[in-house]
Design a protein around this ligand. Sequence first.
Ligand code: TRH
Length: 380
Amino acid sequence: MQKSWDIFCNVIDNFGDIGIAWRLARGLVREHDLAARLWVDDLRAFQRIWPAVDVNADQQICEGVVICAWRTPFSLVEPAQVVVEAFGCALPESYLTAMSEQSPRPVWINLEYLSAEPWVAGHHGLPSPHPRLPLTKYFFFPGYTPDTGGLLVEADFDDQRTAFLKSGVTDYWRGFGLNAPQADELRVSLFAYENPALPGLLDAWAGDAHAMTCLVPEGRVIPQLVAWLDVHTLAAGDVHQRGALRLQVLPFSDQDTYDHLLWACDLNFVRGEDSCVRAQWASHPLVWQAYPQAGQAHWDKLNALLAHYTAPMDATAAQAVKHMWQVWNGMPGPDMAVCWAEWRAQQGAIESHAGVWPDHLRLAGKLTGKLVEFAENTLK
Ligand code: TRH
């Protein structure tokens, strides 16, 4: 019989929580033929990354996934056989009680945030008994090594990317009024939080020896661009030229179309965890802005991924990547102008590394498959 899954997602901030929960739910249905319900407490945030979502519907089906509005108080439903709590969002008490009354009891998994930090492998799969109810929650940690829960990626990812680059990319650029890139032009996507390092980077791009095109999906970084450009407003479709830099604002797209931007650009500035992983799979160089945490805890996360990502690179190219990522994240380092010059000088080596990096990512295994296997083994 087809196994049933419930995934609970509480949108705390931004699009990463729902972005990951949605990828997982789609993967379970499409690649593992499972019945998945996705409970989301903020359908508006969901609609930004998946416009087909009806924000007023209590229940709807998208891509084979049953999407349920997670309301408080929670109307009681029969729990699924596998229950995924995304990022420690507390499950409704009534639902937990119903889980404890099931026979057999559902497998209860907390899907954690992704990190390349070394402690992750030691915590992956650990059980935690509920203090009162006869239930055990298991911690499932995504990660970059085989002894973790692996990384989200679709089974047909390579085919999709290859097909797009072969026959979709020209139309994609045309949709934004752009021709194919000129020789020596660098196309960059910029998905970022507010960032004090941004003006320095834009200055460096404006002064670059070659044409630079920066494509910015609408979002939190726009006010800083307004200030740097010294304009009154900036909206999707607007284009401004400053020196070598052509800056163009794009509409925020659906999650699959955002991949096209990452595949089409030569360099991607990304943020959070989901776009960071997508940019790595895209086989192009990336610069990651980690989600800011109290006490600069995100710097440890950043350095852990940097260490892993640059390990196969030669020292000079690795240094250029480290400086750029660290300064972009507010860590001490050279001026942005120096970071950009170093990056440009090592561009060839950085691009070659990015091109083969997905082979390293694959060693970690696919998260959806590993999660299904984990649940099956726990159900036995
Ligand atoms: O939006 P984020 O900053 O989400 C963050 C992080 O996940 C962070 O770790 C978490 O703690 C915090 O939320 C609460 O960045 P992230 O993770 O890259 O997610 C962005 C999602 O938005 C991703 O699924 C891609 C999607 N997206 C689109 O669908 N269309 C777009 O145009 C763009 C730019 C992104």
